[in-house]
Write a protein that binds this ligand. Structure first.
Ligand code: CTP
Ligand code: CA
Length: 232
């Protein structure tokens, strides 16, 4: 079947997209991670490139088969591991980006120290791992935002119902200071590790400016439509 033919309506736009999930090492073989596959971020990068944008895709632990969808002459892929690495890469890319989309699941905390050698029960029982807070990357981007730069966040929420999801999205959009926040419900078979996604897109007016559900590509196109709307 023929898909919808999109115009090259993002031509000339420079965008940075983060995708995947960061991993915070505990020791040489273990990490604190999350379930993000990177599919939504990859779809965002690919959609932008197909619509004419120049894309930097900062990919945290996105498996090869997923990353393959972003292979395009206008996409350059920067692999990263930890939240600190992702932060450095996206902060640098943001310096020349018109739009930054933070679709990656960034670890809020990391182990205070990384053990040099593999932790072993021979060393005695391990009761706890001390954590320290990671920097809020998107907060730094918002603080350094240039005039005309658009910053988009993503939030995965386990909401009670549709109204709760919407209220959480509005609160978080305001708290993060982003221009747009795409909020997805991960409590009912949507979101992580799923081929389909469903999002509300909250805008700076504290209203839902768009809703989209379906393939991650469809959701990606809705996000770029909302970005165009916010920049108009
Ligand atoms: N984010 C970030 N840096 C972090 C954590 C999150 O830039 N250290 C970004 C994510 O990439 C996402 C947005 O912030 O675009 C919202 O992430 P989320 O985890 O929902 O926000 P938090 O402020 O961490 O709130 P919560 O306590 O609900 O996890
Ligand atoms: Ca978080």
């Amino acid at each position: 079947a023929l898909g919808v033919v999109r115009p090259a309506d993002l031509t000339g736009l420079r965008v940075a997209v983060t995708a995947g999930g960061t991993r915070e090492p505990i020791d040489p073989v273990r990490f604190l991670g999350n379930r993000s596959s990177g599919r939504q971020g990859v779809a965002l990068a690919r959609a932008a490139a197909d619509r004419g944008a120049e894309v930097v895709l900062i990919a945290a632990h996105v498996e090869q088969a997923v990353r393959a969808d972003a292979v395009h002459p206008r996409v350059s892929i920067v692999p990263v591991g930890t939240a600190a690495e992702l932060g450095a890469a996206v902060t640098s890319a943001a310096e020349s980006a018109d739009v930054v989309v933070m679709a990656a699941a960034v670890a809020d905390y990391r182990p205070a120290a990384v053990a040099e050698r593999k932790l072993s029960k021979e060393d005695g029982p391990l009761d706890e791992i001390e954590l320290v807070k990671n920097d809020d990357i998107v907060a730094g981007l918002v603080e350094a935002r240039r005039p005309g730069q658009t910053i988009v966040g993503f939030a995965a929420e386990t909401a009670e119902d549709a109204a709760d999801l919407r209220e959480r999205g509005i609160r978080k959009r305001r708290r993060k200071g982003v221009d747009l926040l795409a909020v997805n419900d991960v409590s009912e078979g949507h979101g992580f590790e799923q081929p389909d996604n469903a999002v509300l897109i909250v805008g700076a007016s504290d209203t839902v400016v768009a809703e989209a559900s379906g393939s991650k590509r469809h959701v990606a196109d809705a996000v770029w439509d909302a970005v165009r709307g916010a920049r108009a």
